[in-house]
Design a protein around this ligand. Structure first.
Ligand SMILES: *Cc1c(COP(=O)(O)O)cnc(C)c1O
Length: 403
């Protein structure tokens, strides 16, 4: 590392004093969990996504698991998942005993679009019940077309929008990510590398009130205190009483403890207040990268932009022809690391993971192999300056053998 270069990670949360104060306020309050901060966080999430219902939970992985549970996916059912995603998207199907059908992606965008979805449906036969499209890096696939194919094949749609909070896309009219304009549910992660940080945290947004109610039930042990819902009226109500017994609750399904604490939600709420600022910053930095990287094309080029998209840019991914550069990706990453620049690879195709190879055998998905072979995520986070982007591009150019 050069002596004056500070380390630039590929992602980093931005926590200010007001975030810290919001968390401290909860610590001094009566409720550390299941209190007003959780409700306020969920309401704010409805505001920013435009979804009528939001259920906060303990992680993005929990959100995906809850979505799979709420859809009643069973052993023997199949779920289509793009192979270029984080492990959790696929694992959620396995948690409920369903099988994963790995779909290919477009080699230039990394997204599973309608084409790859249709191909996966054709090749995987019966019992496909759902598709989990992923908004990779913040870009959205053509959700309207995906929804249409899903409807024609009676598939539920759960968007893994972990990368895309604050974004919008324009297919059949503009839609905010998380509004579920073309899906049953959308899931989010608030891990610190994501656009909004909670430490650990997640959420599901939905349109349907009954579905949201079911998510909420499953998120906390399948347990309800809703008097109207009680099955055992004789146990719930003493003779002649209109109010249910104060201690009484019922378990209507097998659920989990996937609650988000008020401590986490206070941080999430405070961070959501800055979402627009964060997203604008990410967009400005991405535009700056686009302009500065243009001379490196086609050796290194940004992932293909989806038409009409307004991504929130969780990642800034470039595709590099390492063969032509005469350097391996490990060499390029090490070269940048030596200059204090952190990079990452999103993602190793999930169908190559030993667990999935054991289960489904060897598979080749050409788009996913190509995308994986070329992709590299450069630093992108809201505290970065334009000069940081310039430094990254200068060092990348030099590592790739340019001047
Ligand atoms: C981060 C992430 C998840 C999992 O979220 P956690 O909050 O870490 O459990 C799921 N899917 C994608 C695409 C992610 O990036």
């Amino acid at each position: 590392m050069t002596s004056n270069a500070s380390l630039l990670p590929y992602a980093r949360q931005l926590i200010d004093d007001d975030d810290i104060a919001a968390v401290a306020d909860v610590l001094r309050s009566d409720f550390l969990t299941t209190g007003p901060a959780t409700r306020a966080f969920e309401e704010k999430l409805c505001d920013v996504t435009g979804a009528p219902f939001a259920v906060a939970c303990s992680s993005g992985t929990a959100a995906l698991h809850l979505a799979a549970l709420a859809l009643d996916l069973q052993v023997g059912d199949k779920v289509i998942v793009p192979s270029i995603t984080f492990l959790a998207t696929a694992n959620a199907a396995r948690y409920v005993g369903a099988e994963v059908v790995f779909a290919d992606v477009n080699a230039e965008s990394g997204l599973m679009g309608p084409e790859q979805l249709s191909q996966a449906i054709e090749q995987s036969g019966d019992n496909i019940k759902a598709v989990f499209p992923v908004h990779l890096g913040g870009q959205s696939p053509d959700m309207a077309a995906i929804r249409e194919i899903a409807e024609n094949n009676s598939l539920a749609v759960v968007e893994d929008a972990s990368h895309a909070l604050g974004g919008a896309y324009a297919h059949s009219g503009e839609a905010t990510v998380g509004a579920c304009a073309h899906s049953d549910m959308a899931t989010f992660s608030f891990h610190p590398v994501k656009t909004v940080a909670m430490g650990e945290g997640g959420a599901i947004t939905a349109w349907d009130a009954a579905l949201a109610e079911r998510l909420r039930l499953l998120m906390s042990h399948g347990m309800t205190r809703d008097a109207d819902a009680f099955v055992h009226k004789d146990m719930a109500f003493d003779k002649g009483e209109n109010d249910a017994n104060p201690w009484y609750y019922e378990m209507h399904d097998i659920g989990f403890n996937y609650r988000a604490s008020d401590i986490h939600c206070a941080l999430g709420l405070s961070q959501l207040g800055k979402l627009e600022k964060f997203v604008n910053r990410r967009r400005a930095l991405a535009d700056h990268y686009d302009a500065l990287l243009a001379p490196l094309a086609p050796l290194a080029r940004p992932v293909t932009r989806m038409p009409g998209g307004k991504p929130a840019w969780h990642l800034y991914q470039v595709l590099i022809n390492f063969e032509e550069a005469g350097q391996s990706r490990a060499d390029v990453m090490k070269g940048l690391r030596d200059q204090g620049i952190g990079t990452q690879v999103h993602y190793i195709p999930v169908h190559h993971q030993p667990y999935y190879r054991r289960r489904y055998g060897e598979q080749t998905l050409p788009g996913a192999e190509d995308f994986y072979g070329c992709c590299l995520s450069l630093p992108l986070f809201p505290a970065m300056e334009e000069t940081d982007v310039e430094r990254v591009v200068t060092e990348l150019t030099s590592v790739l053998g340019g001047s």
